[in-house]
Write a protein of this length. Structure first.
Length: 123
């Protein structure tokens, strides 16, 4: 049992490193890092040159609880995508590279990315 968990974690790490290796080629753009759990999703825009987080948002945020109440997980992800794009544009960031980590570009990650595009962020 233990070896299958370790193997699964190794595969996740390999996928995440593969994605970040390709992102490193576009170092002139900040990255939109997306982290997905079974219940929540979070996104942050990170400037890797300076090592600073420009803006961050998550479905666990208390100030967004009223707006997210009663929505499905995909609708919450789309809402977070639109809001993170708005926050990034307020900080004069218009172009980012999507860092999906070990998650596939599918479902909630895709909903977040599409909503960020619709809000004016170039991925």
């Amino acid at each position: 049992m233990k070896s299958t968990v370790l193997l699964k974690n190794k595969r996740r790490d390999r996928r995440a490193k593969s994605v970040r290796r390709r992102i490193a080629l576009n170092a002139n753009r900040p990255r939109l890092s997306v982290h997905r759990t079974t219940k929540h999703i979070s996104a942050q825009v990170i400037d890797d040159v300076t090592g600073n987080t420009i803006c961050a948002l998550s479905t666990t945020s208390k100030k967004l609880a009223d707006q997210l109440n009663g929505k499905t997980k995909s609708q919450k992800a789309a809402f977070i995508g639109g809001e993170i794009a708005r926050l990034a544009k307020d900080k004069n960031v218009t172009e980012v590279v999507l860092d999906r980590g070990y998650s596939r570009y599918h479902g909630r990650v895709k909903a977040l990315a599409d909503a960020a595009r619709e809000a004016g962020l170039q991925l």
